[in-house]
Design a protein around this ligand. Structure first.
Ligand SMILES: [Zn+2]
Length: 423
C-alpha cells in the first residue's frame, strides 16, 4: 500500500515537474521573441507580462500606471492563437472591452475549396498585391511627394513611383494568374485610391463625413477637425489625414480577401540624396516584415492587439521566409546589392535585422495586414543607371506598355513567391 502511494505521488510530482518545464520553455520562447523581434528599444516592458499563468497585455492610464487589459492563460494558448487571424481588429477590441476571455470567442473554421482538377501549380492559392502610392501623373505625384525629376546628361528624367508600382503589380498579377492563383490588387488603375476613386473624387464625396467620423472616434482633436475643414490645403489633407485612411483601407481590403500571402510593392530612393534633384551612385534592395515597435507605439488598443497577434502567431516567421526567398531573386535577377545596416539611417533607427536585407519594421501595413506579408523596396529610382532604365518604355507585356526593368522586377517577385510556396 505504502509503495503504491509513493509511486502515485512520485508520478504526480513528475507530471507537475514536466508541466512547469513546459511553462518555463513557453515563457522563455515568448520573452525572447519580444526581445528579438518586437521591442526595438527595450522599452515596452510595462505593456506586457509573461509569467507562470500566461501572456498578458497592459494598458496605460492617464496617471501613467498600468492595468491588465487582456491576455491568454497558457492552457488556452492554442485556442487563442487560432482565433486571432479569424476576426477583424474592431470586433476583437469590442470583445476585449466586454471583459470576456478571448478563448471563449467561437469561430468556425472554413475549409478552402481546392480545385484538384486544375493542375496549375498555384491553383487554390490566394495572393494580395498592394501597389504602393496612388499617383499616375506628375501633378498627383507632387501631392503625395513620391516622384523624382531632374535633367541627367541632357535627358529629362521624370518618374512617379505610383506608376512603377502599379505596372509591376499588374504584370505580377498576370504571371500569378497564369499559374492558377487568385489575385487581388488594392488598386487597379492610375490615380485610383484604395477607395476605388481618385483623391479629388474622395475630397468631393467623402471628405467631410470622414472627418466627422474620425472626430467622433477620437482619432482627431477638435482643433485638427477645424483645421482640416477650414484651412488645410489639398496637399496638407492628403499627407496629414487622407494617406492614413488610404493605408487602413488597403489593409482592410486585404484582410477581407484573406490571402495566403500579401506583397506590398515599392521602389526606393537614396535617403541621403534629399530633394532628389540629381542622380545617386547608390542602389540597394531591402524588404520589411512586421515587428520592431518603438517605445511610444503601444498607446492605442489596436496597436497592443497587433503586438499580441504578432507575438502569438508565426506570421512574422513565415513572412521572413518569404522575404528571404524574394531577396535571393531580387539580388540575382536585378543584379542590385542587398542593403545592410549602414545603407540607410532608418534601418538602424527603426528596424531590427532579421536576415540579410530583411528587416522588421513597424509600418502601418506590415502591422495591420494579417498573415504572411512582405513590404518590398527594390532598387533606387534615383540611381544613375536605374533612372534611365525605368524611364524607357521599351517593352510590352500582357498588353501593358512598360520598361524592361519593371518587367524584371515583376518577374523577380514572381520567382520569389514560387520558390517560397515550393518550400
Ligand atoms: Zn514608396
Amino acid at each position: 500500500m505504502r509503495i503504491l502511494l509513493l509511486t502515485i505521488s512520485f508520478n504526480l510530482l513528475c507530471l507537475l515537474c514536466s508541466a512547469q518545464k513546459n511553462v518555463d520553455s513557453l515563457k522563455h520562447f515568448y520573452t525572447s521573441k519580444i526581445e528579438m523581434l518586437l521591442d526595438k528599444e527595450k522599452a515596452l516592458q510595462p505593456y506586457y507580462t509573461i509569467n507562470d499563468s500566461g501572456i498578458f497585455i497592459n494598458a496605460k492610464t492617464k496617471e501613467n500606471t498600468f492595468y491588465r487589459e487582456f491576455g491568454v492563460e497558457w492552457s488556452e494558448l492554442d485556442t487563442v492563437k487560432k482565433i486571432l487571424n479569424h476576426f477583424s481588429d474592431d470586433s476583437l477590441i469590442s470583445f476585449i472591452n466586454s471583459r470576456e476571455p478571448l478563448s471563449t470567442l467561437a469561430y468556425s473554421e472554413t475549409n478552402r475549396k481546392q480545385n484538384f482538377e486544375n493542375k496549375k501549380q498555384l491553383s487554390g492559392i490566394k495572393i494580395a498585391i498592394d501597389p504602393g502610392h496612388i499617383a499616375g501623373d506628375m501633378k498627383t505625384a507632387m501631392l503625395e511627394k513620391k516622384y523624382i525629376q531632374f535633367n541627367y546628361n541632357n535627358q529629362p528624367i521624370a518618374i512617379t513611383e505610383g506608376v512603377l508600382t502599379l505596372q509591376t503589380a499588374l504584370i505580377l498579377k498576370h504571371l500569378l494568374e497564369e499559374q492558377g492563383a487568385e489575385v487581388m490588387l488594392t488598386r487597379e488603375k492610375s490615380n485610383q485610391t484604395a477607395f476605388g476613386i481618385t483623391f479629388k473624387e474622395w475630397l468631393e464625396k467623402h471628405f467631410k463625413n470622414a472627418v466627422d467620423s474620425s472626430y467622433k472616434l477620437n482619432e482627431i482633436t477638435e482643433q485638427e477637425k477645424t483645421f482640416l475643414l477650414t484651412k488645410a490645403t489639398q496637399r496638407e489633407i492628403f499627407r496629414s489625414y487622407f494617406n492614413n485612411l488610404d493605408m487602413r483601407q488597403r489593409a482592410k481590403k486585404i484582410n477581407e480577401f484573406s490571402p495566403d500571402l500579401s506583397v506590398i510593392i515599392h521602389y526606393n530612393v537614396d535617403e541621403k540624396n534629399t530633394g532628389w534633384k540629381k542622380p545617386s551612385d547608390k542602389n540597394y534592395n531591402m524588404i520589411f516584415v512586421a515587428g520592431s515597435f518603438l517605445k511610444n507605439e503601444l498607446e492605442k488598443p489596436i496597436d497592443r492587439l497587433s503586438f499580441f497577434r504578432l507575438l502569438l502567431t508565426d506570421d512574422t516567421e513565415q513572412s521572413t521566409k518569404l522575404a528571404e526567398n524574394l531577396m535571393k531573386c531580387f539580388t540575382a535577377k536585378l543584379n542590385v546589392p542587398t542593403a545592410d545596416s549602414t545603407t540607410a539611417d532608418y534601418l538602424t533607427k527603426y528596424c531590427i535585422t532579421k536576415s540579410k536585407g530583411v528587416y522588421a519594421r513597424n509600418l502601418t501595413l506590415t502591422r495591420l495586414i494579417k498573415g504572411v506579408v512582405v513590404y518590398g523596396e527594390t532598387l533606387y529610382q534615383d540611381n544613375a543607371s536605374e533612372c534611365i532604365e525605368l524611364s524607357r518604355m521599351n517593352t510590352e507585356v500582357f498588353g501593358i506598355k512598360t520598361s524592361a526593368r519593371i518587367k524584371q522586377v515583376a518577374e523577380a517577385f514572381y520567382e520569389g513567391i514560387i520558390s517560397y510556396l515550393k518550400e
